[in-house]
Design a binder for this molecule. Sequence first.
Ligand SMILES: C[S@@+](CC[C@H](N)C(=O)[O-])C[C@H]1O[C@@H](n2cnc3c(N)ncnc32)[C@H](O)[C@@H]1O
Length: 263
Amino acid sequence: MRSRQAGLSPMPAVNYEELARFYDALVTDDSDLPYFRDLARQADGPVAEFMAGSGRLSVPIAEDGIDLTCVDSSQEMLSLLREKLVARGARARVVCGDVTRVELGTQFTLIFIAFHSFEELASDTERQACLENVLRHLHAGGRFVCTTHDVPSRLASVGPGKGDRWRFRDPQSQREVTLSLETEYDDTTGVVQGEEALSFANDDVPFLRLPLRFRLIRPEAFSRLADEAGFIVKSVRADFTTTEYREGQCRTAVWTLCPRRTV
Ligand SMILES: C[S@@+](CC[C@H](N)C(=O)[O-])C[C@H]1O[C@@H](n2cnc3c(N)ncnc32)[C@H](O)[C@@H]1O
């Protein structure tokens, strides 16, 4: 396994170098794909997915012939993305880098961060740096679309006795794997942390334990950060619909931000 480039990235929310080989078997919900695919088709210019991972969204978008750049800090996740691009005959620019400071030398009409990944940037400093870096890479008339968890609905599965479990098949051994996630919440910091434990069926002892840590962000805090970075909030929608987001009534807030200077 390749090592993370020294000093490249802040502490990740989870060790994606270890999780990568299971990621696509584990994350099979593509209900956000039609939304991002349409956005990319309508972008009328170069598109970038920041925190693109193994290309769950980026690969189908690249298959649509979009001029796409995919950025992620995990070499292992990007290896999966590259393999899928080759297998499907699609093209995209793939960059291993930290979204808080990567320099792509291109301006995009659309940049997006999906799957609540923004909340994996733990500190306000990293979040601010990410937003400022997105802004630097956007055309004056471009858009940044970012999803965040609805905090009340995410907290429904956090805390003692509220853990989550997933079953899937290990792509390498074909053995059935159970992933158990137990987390706790610190409401002074907004941090959710815990451990993902992966075990093979009938084994009591997990073969892999991965610490997990991310920090939920409430709408007021996201709006404030966006404003400080130089964005205006064009819309906040609930769960990829046209309905305006209201806290506690959906799972995901879908933010559309525009550079302030164009308004
Ligand atoms: C939950 S995964 C989402 C992957 C993909 N966007 C999806 O929807 O399936 C989060 C991704 O963010 C990446 N990531 C975390 N911190 C990062 C950073 N500072 N810079 C770039 N990528 C980062 C991880 O390596 C991981 O692939």
